[in-house]
Design a protein. Sequence first.
Lengths: 554, 553
Amino acid sequence: MTKHEHYEALVVGCGPGGAAAAATLANQGVETLVLERGTDAGSKNVSGGLLYGEKSAPYTLDTLFPNFREEAAERPVGEYYIHNVAGRQVKTFDLHDIHHRDTEWCDAVLRRKMDSWLADRVHEMTRETGGGLLTNVRVNGLLRDGGEIVGVTLDELDPITADVIIAADGVNSELARDAGLMDWEDPEDWFQGVKAVVEMDPEVINERFGIDDDEGVAHLFSGDLFDGVRGGGFLYTNDQTLSVGTVFHLDSISEEQAEPHELLDNLLTHPLLDQWFQGEYEEREYAAKLVPDSKKVAHPSPHRGRLLLVGDAAGQMQAQGPIIKGMNHAVTAGGLAAEAFQEAKTRGDTNAAGELYERKLEEEGVLAKLRPKRYRATRAVSESSIVNKVGNAVLDSPVGSVGLKAAGKFGLLEKSFNSPFVLGMIPDTKMSYAVIPERIGEVMGTRVTDDNTVEPPELDDRIGDLTYDVDDPHIELQDNSFEASGTAVTACPVSAEDFGGGCYREETIKTNGGQEKVVSLDTQPCVECGTCAVVADTHWEHPSGGKGVEYKQG
Amino acid sequence: MPEIDPTEHEIADLGPEVNQIDDEQELEEMLALEKGGEARDAVITLIENRLDDVAGEAEDVDPAGADLTEMTIADIANMVREVDDVDVLEDILDREQDGKDRKGAKSQIESRIQSLEGDDGEETEVEYVPPEEKYPDLDHPTADKQYVEGTVDGDYRDMWVYCETQQGQLVDVSREMLGQARHLMDTYNTEGDPSEGQYGGDEDGNPEEVVAVLIGDGVSELAEECIAYGADRVVYHEDERLERFKHKPYTEIFCHMCRDFEADWREYHEPRYNIFPATNNGRDLSALVQGELDSGLASDCSDLYIESAMISNPAKTGTPGDSKEFDRILHMPRPDFSGFEYSTILCIDKPHRDFHPQGASVIPGTFDMPDPDHEREGEIVEHDLELPDEWFDIEIVESDRLDDGVDLTGNDVIVSMGRGIADDPTRGIELGVELADQFEEADLGLSRGVLTASYQFDSHVEQYVQMERQIGESGQEVEPDVYIAAGISGAVQHKVGMDESDTIIAINTDTDADIRDFSDYFIQGDLFEVLPQLTEALEEGDFAEAVAEVSDD
């Protein structure tokens, strides 16, 4: 076999999972090379924006990286509310208990700032071991020798081998797919999130949200805001911006042929938000990403040979009702993967790292949080359409309203929203996302009288404001018929019906004597979220290192 | 009468024949015949070269009586290598001192004397064995290379910069290198701290120069520009056969300039530093030249600076255990392991073997583009060398320029088509071409939307639907007098490619289209109706009237 450059450990991706893995490896003196395809760590990364430090977690970023919270995070978020919306009727619950349960701290973050800060430290730490961090390089697959995974192949460099490969390369992990551990098949396995980072002066934030400089707030939104598409919205306070976004089940976006950017606008323009915007709206960045639904796709055995998956790449994203935790699990998983390698090395068999990692995920309770047994047990019943219909009928009946009112009076609803036990069972149906909150809002809510006059930018301006380094197309449309790939026209966050400036466009072409509806693709405005890989028939890859979209906020 | 009358033969047939002839007389006669006949340049060169060869073979120079003033330094170096008599060498040295007194020539002779006498009693702890004695089994020991022994204790000066050209222009990296060379040599010529690269000029305190080298067809026109960007002196060689980069002649010319070119201003053996661009051609040339000059090369450098260096390697110092400071060392950092690490290459003489010129090739974009100073003064020198035909054995029969096959810049008018052509794409392109044809300097542009769509075009317009016609962020940027945007909504990615145009005329059915915001004229209408009207109006006369007329509708 050809001799390749070799490192003890390779970490692919320098988000929180990769950074935690690399730092832990470096702390143990393992020679570690970190590969990042962005021009800067964080330039490819988006998150809603809340990072938890859990009391029960074996690894958190503030312990791995001193001064992390002061220097890399935005505001610590102490207050947590959910608004149940029915038209102008809104009923707000305080989710204080669930937010603070097992929470040491919780900070709003912006990924460009956070990840690039982490990357600087990771580079320093890994360099001590004889490795380092390399940006602008895209790992495009696994290197195998006699069927065994031995390293990675890259667009820009010769293949590199390692004793362990920690893939922290995100939700669209090409390594996880190369290894056959993940696929892009079923829209039900995914959420799609879109987000606007909105400029706001720190003093204005303090005043309008009633907080001090070192305080932050989180608001969640559910109900009839989103045209029946299953999902919800969020708003978090950063130092001098707000992160406002929406997250929906991808299968629901597909079925309803919803336009994600319009659903985001529904939230941004809802009267409830006028109290914070007060007619002023300056959008700094529009962003989107896929989010794995860990209840379905968190891989129970996220390793193969020398390859260990961490974070989104392993589906480790916990979204159960108002609990949205992803980055913290990635950090824990990264630390555990590194620990597993070190232990395996001590025992003289680095190939055992995967098994050890799997056992640690189980023992530390990570998997239990990601894939609650209660969800699996109740899903068959609660997501069946008959049960939902009955539920709907009950809610609509006078008896149902009385029941809700009574429950509300005694604080039972607020309590159940704050119960991890109930949340673990919340089925992914329209009833739990839209109908119940809407009925709560309708029956118990108070009326919002403000008028929200803000006008979010059009999609073409949102795209125009993003920074791209356009390269050759990285996505190929395998089947351009509308039946196969037409969903992408609406579901893609940078495409829309009757919009010529997006990635996916619907076209009618004249063929011999007839007409045919087809889809065309231009990857120039692509934000690399991966939606079309799921909903359309494509060959999907990331752009080469440093190419494609560059998020400044993330 | 010679055996062969050249006037009766084709050039191709003559080559092998002429090279068989050893008789000077016969060659002279042939030359006379050719000059009296067609006087073909190539034939004359061929015969003259053969004459030179034959004459050279015949006349075995007698070192004791050789006329040194007629000989180049290289010739002298070759000659003295054969001489084993120290007295003869001393005599040659005296005569050179009385004659041209070239430092380079003297050092050649002195070093030969020294190598015969051995060092004056100094303890040379590393014994020097010439390569041919050390490796008797090698079929071409290094000493067979003419200049290996020639470059011992040579005299070196100046920083030479190879200025690559493309399409009759300096490429940017040439300007960048001149700027950096200027900066380095200004520092070098300053009195001060050698550790900061300040040496106050050469070993005798005379300032050294930045010498720009231009090779190509018609390159003398670029000489002034080289001076403006920092050169003190430009040496150029132009010849129409040098229009394209070719290994053989470019290497030969460059080496000749560096080593054998006799001119008043270069009383030295070889350049001190040679800098090349790390472009495709520059990488090629740098390796060949530095190889031919028996020095080294640090390729793809990402910085350059000059300072002194303490070296303990006995191969360099000659004495194990000792450190020695080498000054005027060009430090050449370059990326290793694909840019993951950097190492700094130093090219340092060792006993009995010089490594000069210190050579580097530089990654384009490494240095800032300097501001040209058109007031700067410098010397321009034409390099004088007959280029033999056999240097041009390789002929480029066909060439193709990639990527920018269609250059839309420089047109008076651009007619650009967008996704408004969707209803009948073929007709849309036809209309655009017809309108563009009405102007003298005009061409057809396309929005990215058209190029990435699934439109089916008839074959006769397909030639126009090419990526290279794209206007915008990922295509070309144009600023014609008139830009006609038909059926283009005007996304910002398109706008950046055209909004410097003098007059922008937009045709769109949608009055809310963004392009309206940065158009001088906005015609609300269907391009399938508006374009033919404009074309018709132009055929008849006044365009401005036509625009006014249509936009009044």
